[in-house]
Design a protein around this ligand. Structure first.
Ligand code: HEC
Length: 273
């Protein structure tokens, strides 16, 4: 901008300031009217389309694919770039550090680049940064859309000591298909919502419970439940075995599944490693 342009701008601005309407209350009033109209439109469409409530959350599912709406795919994909470390690092990096560093850079841009030139063609650096940022987001969005499903429920855990066809092998299958590994880790595989179960068989669990079991399992008759029987009781009714437990109950498993699962869990860390 040359000096004459600056003068002209200052004149126009002073003129507008003298004759124009003040921000408060005119602009504020208009903003409120538009905001109310937008909200009324959204509420109206929701009522008109009778938007329903989805099915209730089933926290123990092993088939759920955690995926955000498409416009969050770029953030979602960032999470996957920082995988294979401890659970918190990817979350902190992808949801906090990187977005905030970029935001701060964006806010700092007017202070870094103090030239008066505003024409895009005269600002190749800013233009390339903007293009790169959009290309990066587009690429991450594409990757998030087409990338492989993240595996929450593990499909295999390498064990020694489990013979194919045995009760423990059947129990391991129950463990994997029921989604236990979405919350529990065994030998480095699985989630971290619940405690690590790699050596849970050595914990010497025992409880006294005099109520009835939701699913009667032969051999598991109270009031004292220890060894494999504690695992039967705990799986069917976590709070019966551990008052105050926050684990979901698996009372819809069959007696055989419960027994096999208990055999498997009771040997973790001793027979099955
Ligand atoms: C939604 C997450 C979740 C799922 C799915 C889940 N658990 Fe848990 N589990 C927990 C939590 C949380 C605890 C700790 C509860 C407490 O003590 O308050 C726990 C505790 C346990 C314990 C006791 C550990 C201890 O040290 O006391 C065992 C054993 C266990 N779970 C086995 C299983 C098995 C087997 C399955 C699959 C049938 C399963 N869990 C599925 C969340 C889960």
């Amino acid at each position: 901008m040359n000096r004459a342009d600056q003068e002209a701008y200052r004149r126009d601005y002073a003129q507008a300031k003298k004759e124009g309407k003040p921000f408060y209350p005119y602009a504020i009033y208009k903003d409120h009217v538009v905001a109310v109209l937008v909200f009324a439109g959204i509420i109206g469409m929701a009522i008109w389309q009778r938007v329903g409530v989805g099915p209730p959350v089933y926290s123990a599912t092993s088939t759920f694919e955690p995926r955000p709406e498409w416009y969050f795919y770029f953030l979602f994909q960032l999470l996957k770039i920082f995988k294979n470390q401890t659970a918190l690092v990817p979350v902190i990096m992808a949801t906090f550090v990187i977005p905030n560093v970029l935001m701060v850079l964006l806010l700092a841009t007017p202070f870094i680049d103090r030239r008066a030139e505003r024409r895009i063609s005269k600002r190749p650096f800013a233009l390339s940064v903007a293009i790169l940022a959009f290309m990066g987001m587009a690429w991450l969005t594409y990757q998030g859309e087409t990338g492989a499903t993240p595996t929450v429920g593990a499909t295999t855990i390498p064990f020694t000591g489990i013979t194919p066809g045995s009760a423990a092998a059947a129990g391991e299958t129950v463990y994997l298909t029921e989604g236990c590994s979405s919350c529990h880790m065994v030998k480095g595989v699985g989630g971290q919502v619940g405690p690590n179960l790699t050596t849970i068989g050595t914990a010497g669990k025992s409880a006294t419970y005099s109520g009835k079991l939701p699913v009667p399992v032969p051999g598991a008759t109270g009031p004292t439940y220890s060894g494999a029987n504690w695992f039967v009781l705990h799986t069917e009714c976590p709070t019966c075995a551990k008052p105050g437990s926050s684990m979901p109950a698996f009372a819809s498993l069959s007696a055989t599944d419960l027994q096999n699962l208990a055999t498997f869990l009771n040997g973790l860390g001793t027979t099955y490693k």
